[in-house]
Write a protein that binds this ligand. Structure first.
Ligand code: F0G
Length: 459
């Protein structure tokens, strides 16, 4: 730990001012990580501080004016920062930040749900769903974006950019609008008539006002291009290679621990694509232990789609070398073949005695149908975590008595295309709920109600 926050290169150890606007090491090109001084309050004192802030937050009263006009409305910005489930943990995320600088909607404070039907489906009683689809733009990306845009604005960025499979771009667009900064987004263009970005995500990105480019290539091409171009073009890159993004995304693990009264679950299971979130959760657990919030850490399980599983392949080989694949999966959010945060995520799996597993598209869609039918709902990639839990139970890695937290990373409405395709008439899959067309008569309605009451499937 250090006396002040600074950015340090993972690869060569070079150190940079915390406000520097480059996101990779200017000496060797390695990824940068923020390092903060350890908070003076630790252990139960730090727990108590976080718990007091949680009690004091009033999330209903914080829709303040922000952004370019934040001067003069500092009080409202302060309230927003105080209501945020990210900034509640500021000592471990960006110590010393001025409330008035914080770009917050607010975000975080997402529910931890127990749904017996989903637990039964997965095969483990004590399954908790951490639903990060309840964030303001409907995905966990908001947690990182509030910190990245806070840094962009306080350090004087002239524009912000990202490559995305859709959720990062939606979050970027919303937070850039709040910060009053122009935003540029690169997403994969439709290929052979098929959308590569889910409809809800593209719609949000346009609605919030980001300049949106449909790049003829896949996500890996988009990320390569924006990484090459951003620095040269003087644009601040806010993909998860940006260390500020990781700092914000740590908060999901802090929230989970706090919601469990600082009792450590046995597992945290999450979907994995570019490996930013695996890295962030691991970093949070490391910090939580260093600050005395917990005295042990859960095992981390990263779950990939079978057709986009370079990290799972690496795990099988004891991570002998980074792998890349040409990615293919119905879960477009994690359709990523060349993950950027590979080395960091390897460290997390090793440090937490973690595992990496895969699920097929059919398995993740079935898990999604189970989560959806419980009235909870999530997007396809998110359901990989629940499908992964079932896989780990069947493999004997998760014991039926374990306490497991599965992170649901995105909202059910993110991907209506996959949803409607699943629930189409004649689709042979579990839990299909196809709509039925009826005549506009009471008789037709009565027949449906009779069938419903008798427990028959709808029409
Ligand atoms: N779940 C969802 C819903 C996502 O959108 C993503 C990544 C992940 C899981 C995987 O997280 O990449 O940190 O391992 N979405 C990125 C995007 C790539 O552009 O929205 P990861």
């Amino acid at each position: 730990m250090t006396a002040v926050s600074l950015q340090r290169c993972d690869a060569c150890g070079a150190e940079f001012d915390a406000r520097a606007l480059h996101v990779q090491c200017t000496r060797c090109g390695g990824l940068l990580a923020l390092r903060h001084p350890l908070p003076i309050a630790r252990g139960v004192a730090l727990q108590a501080r976080f718990d007091d802030r949680l009690r004091a937050a009033a999330p209903g009263y914080v829709a303040g004016r922000q952004g370019a006009s934040h001067h003069g409305s500092a009080h409202l910005a302060d309230l927003s920062a105080r209501a945020s489930g990210v900034w509640r943990f500021r000592e471990l995320i960006l110590p010393g930040v001025d409330d008035a600088d914080v770009v917050s909607h607010p975000e975080g404070n997402t529910p931890l749900l127990h749904r017996p039907a989903v637990a039964r489906w997965a095969g483990v009683d004590d399954l908790l769903l951490k639903h990060d689809g309840h964030n303001p733009t409907g995905s966990f990306k908001d947690r990182g974006m509030t910190v990245a845009l806070t840094q962009a604005r306080r350090a004087g960025a002239r524009a912000v950019a990202c490559a995305s499979t859709g959720n990062t771009s939606a979050a970027l667009a919303a937070y850039a609008a709040l910060a009053g900064l122009p935003a540029l987004v690169l997403v994969p263009a439709p290929r052979a008539g098929a959308q590569q970005v889910a409809m809800g995500k593209l719609a949000q990105t346009l609605a919030y006002g980001a300049r949106t480019l449909l790049v003829r290539g896949d996500f890996d091409d988009c990320l390569r291009l924006v990484r090459e171009g951003a620095e040269r073009l003087g644009v601040y890159l806010v993909n998860s290679v940006n260390p500020y993004r990781i700092e914000g995304q740590k908060s999901v693990a802090f929230e989970i621990l706090q919601q469990l009264a600082w009792e450590v679950p046995d597992w945290i299971v999450l979907p994995a694509g570019n490996l930013g979130n695996t890295s962030a959760v691991g970093a949070a657990l490391r910090d939580a232990r260093a600050a005395g919030l917990v005295d042990r850490v859960p095992r981390v399980a990263s779950v990939q789609a079978e057709g986009a599983a370079p990290f799972a392949q690496g795990f099988q080989e004891n991570f002998a070398a980074p792998r890349r694949v040409r990615a293919e999966t119905v879960a477009t959010a994690i359709k990523i073949g060349d993950p950027a945060s590979w080395a960091r995520a390897v460290r997390v799996i090793r440090e937490t005695d973690g595992v990496v597993t895969t699920v097929s598209d059919a398995e993740l869609l079935e898990a999604k149908a189970a989560v959806d039918a419980a009235g909870v709902g999530c997007e396809p990639a998110s359901a990989a975590s629940v499908a992964g839990v079932r896989r780990l139970v069947r493999d004997g890695l998760v014991a039926p008595g374990d306490r497991v937290v599965a992170i649901l990373t995105g909202h059910v409405l993110k991907d209506p295309g996959v949803l409607l395709d699943y629930h189409r008439a004649g689709h042979d899959a579990p839990l299909v709920n196809a709509p039925a067309e009826v005549d506009a008569t009471l008789d037709a309605l009565a027949a449906v109600v009779d069938a419903l009451a008798a427990g028959a499937p709808s029409a």
